[in-house]
Design a protein. Structure first.
Lengths: 117, 113
């Protein structure tokens, strides 16, 4: 009964490199959310996806950031040409299909910590 | 627009003291969910409680209790007889209809032996 799995847990990149963070939702969950937590701050919503579809990307930076949740495999948050300001913890959460309405059931992974040198 | 305010940035108490963490929220939705999470120094998010807007009953779980008052838009969290292991950052969060949570800025609780 695995929970939300994120990898890598820690990632170090140099400025200008690409970072890819993966999230496998809980079994039976088809909706994924990505959040970012900058140092000493709270979590901020980035993007909400279901399989093969971006539902809400209102929190995503306009450039260099992208997210996908393919039909097969984990959701991926991709950051191109990383800068020092991208250093943060990135959390993924998953929920079942809201169907008739959100039930409040939401589970977070342990986070991926990106450090940009 | 939705908003969550945790006015207490940092709280320091001595072990065995009771401590209350405040959370005030704003929303125009009639149906919504409120959450509390604990983030220990190790960094993961630990789910503590979820409450929907139709359930104003207070909840107690061991040393933890929550006081939900719609009249004042507050969802406060009390730890009774605090312990050093309670030291962490605590987040209150709100959502209306999806997993898109609005988080407060967090309250850092330090419990000294």
């Amino acid at each position: 009964n695995a929970g939300v799995m994120q990898n890598p847990r820690h990632l170090v990149r140099r400025r200008g490199q690409e970072a890819r963070l993966r999230c496998s939702p809980m079994k039976g969950h088809s909706h994924v959310y990505w959040y970012r937590q900058l140092p000493e701050e709270g979590l901020k919503f980035m993007v909400y996806l279901q399989k093969e579809n971006i539902i809400d990307e209102s929190g995503m930076p306009k450039e260099r950031f992208s997210a996908e949740f393919p039909k097969e495999g984990p959701s991926i948050l991709r950051i191109q040409q990383v800068v020092r300001g991208d250093s943060a913890a990135y959390f993924c959460a998953s929920s079942p299909d809201p169907g008739q309405g959100f039930s409040g059931e939401l589970f977070f992974g342990e986070g991926s910590r990106l450090t940009v040198l | 627009a939705q908003k969550v305010t945790q006015a207490q940035t940092e709280i320091s108490v001595v072990e065995k003291e009771d401590v209350t963490l405040d959370c005030v929220y704003e929303t125009r939705d009639t149906t919504y969910y409120l959450f509390w999470y604990k983030q220990p120094p190790s960094g993961e998010l630990v789910f503590l409680i979820r409450r929907n807007s139709f359930d104003e009953q207070n909840e107690i779980s061991g040393r933890y209790s929550w006081n939900f008052q719609k009249s004042t838009s507050s969802f406060n969290f009390t730890i009774t007889a605090s312990q050093v292991v309670d030291s962490a950052v605590y987040f209150c969060a709100l959502t209306a209809d999806t997993g898109k949570l609005i988080f407060g800025q967090g309250t850092t609780l330090q419990v000294k032996p």
